[in-house]
Write a protein that binds this ligand. Structure first.
Ligand code: URA
Ligand code: ZN
Length: 375
């Protein structure tokens, strides 16, 4: 294989962000739980610090893989990854106050850029984080600033937007700035589904329900709301990279289209929207958006899921990822991660016979779309 392997889905919590988490006592935070007071746990997901849960179901052990860039490089080397596009992990800056968010974004984005420049030039690039709780002006200014940082290739954000989701019209100046600056939006879940859907025995099941189902469904709902509210009609060049192969979007796109085509209320609302002198707005279809505005990572752990992603958006829009440092092996001392091996195997099973497509998914697509240069 001649094309470098690129990981577009790989996170870090920079040391300054870890300090922030250690200083807090409500989600998100880092702390120890008795009886094991020697190892810290990262508590970030809604509901995961419920005192009725056993301590092993509260968050996850957090070690240097989360914040030490040397561990990232060692992980890349162990898994034959040439380039990583690192991103701040969830919940990004969502929980900060309006005053804190702008300066924190500058500090953390500068830090990420410096990490890429200093530690392994040519091997690391980054997606920046936005200060979404600050004013729109502050967010738009940070987008312009990010464009000037040499290792930044886009932004990562969650599904809450300014607090009421990604279909909020107040996000339009931010979408406009991202489109104008040609910055890719890496859309990543964090909030999942209301914990009540996991039922009274959820504590017995660890993180399986929120991570396997809550995350992908959150992404699917968020993107569908963007589509229904006409985000891609207003911003036809806005490009998004969807985590976890689009949640369930490739699988459910037909059902979404069908529900739209059969919804009299929605049709009437769209016919009445816009300028009375103009023809009613024509909404772009889910399929059209999937093939022109959406990139999908290949973090889906199966050939079937990956084939759906490739069918929905095209093999030239799917990109390898690992989700490191999440999903490490359960046994200590294993250098090859099962989670990574499963994703490599899915790519080889889905497109391994078509060398060009496989090289595109493993790295060529990311290099082309993000303008990466391998040292
Ligand atoms: N769990 C998280 O909280 N974030 C990820 O990105 C993956 C797993
Ligand atoms: Zn992730």
């Amino acid at each position: 294989m001649t094309t470098p392997v690129v990981d577009v889905h790989t996170h870090v919590y920079p040391p300054a962000y870890m300090d922030l988490l250690r200083s807090r006592s409500s989600v998100p935070y880092v702390r120890t739980f008795p009886p094991d007071t020697s190892s810290s746990r990262l508590i970030i997901l809604p509901g995961e610090d419920d005192p009725s849960r056993p301590s092993t179901a509260r968050g996850r052990p957090v070690g240097p893989a989360y914040y030490d860039i040397k561990e990232k490089i060692a992980f890349m080397d162990a898994h034959k990854i040439d380039i990583s596009v690192i991103s701040l992990a969830n919940p990004w800056l969502d929980f900060l106050s309006a005053d804190e968010a702008g300066p924190a974004a500058q500090r953390i984005n500068d830090d990420m850029n410096a990490v890429c420049a200093q530690n392994a030039p040519g091997r690391l690039y980054a997606f920046g984080a936005l200060p979404l709780s600050a004013s729109t002006e502050v967010v738009v200014a940070e987008i312009a600033r990010l464009k000037q940082l040499p290792y930044m290739r886009g932004i990562i954000m969650g599904t809450s937007g300014l607090g009421s989701g990604l279909d909020d019209p107040a996000l339009d100046p931010i979408y406009a700035a991202l489109q104008a600056q040609r910055l890719l939006v890496f859309l990543h879940p964090h909030y999942g589904l209301p914990v009540s859907v996991y039922g009274p025995r959820a504590g017995d099941y660890g993180h399986v329900l929120p991570l396997a189902l809550g995350f992908p469904l959150e992404t699917t709902v968020a993107v569908t709301r963007m589509l229904l509210s006409g985000v891609w009609d207003r911003f036809p060049d806005l490009q998004v990279l969807l985590a976890h192969s689009g949640g369930t979007l490739p699988f459910l796109a037909g059902r979404i289209e069908s529900c739209i085509a059969h919804d009299a209320h929605l049709m009437k609302k769209q016919a009445n929207s816009g300028d009375a002198n103009k023809a009613p707005r024509r909404r772009r279809s889910v399929w059209d958006v999937l093939s022109k505005n959406v990139y999908l990572d290949a973090v889906v752990y199966s050939e079937i899921g990956l084939r759906a992603a490739i069918e929905a958006s095209g093999a030239d829009r799917v990109m390898f990822g690992t989700d490191h440092p999440f999903f490490p092996p359960l046994e200590e001392g294993e250098t090859e991660w099962l989670s990574v091996r499963t994703n490599y195997q899915a790519i080889h099973a889905a497109v391994g016979r078509e060398q060009d497509l496989a090289e595109g998914v493993l790295g060529g697509n990311a290099i082309r779309v993000l303008g990466l240069k391998h040292a």
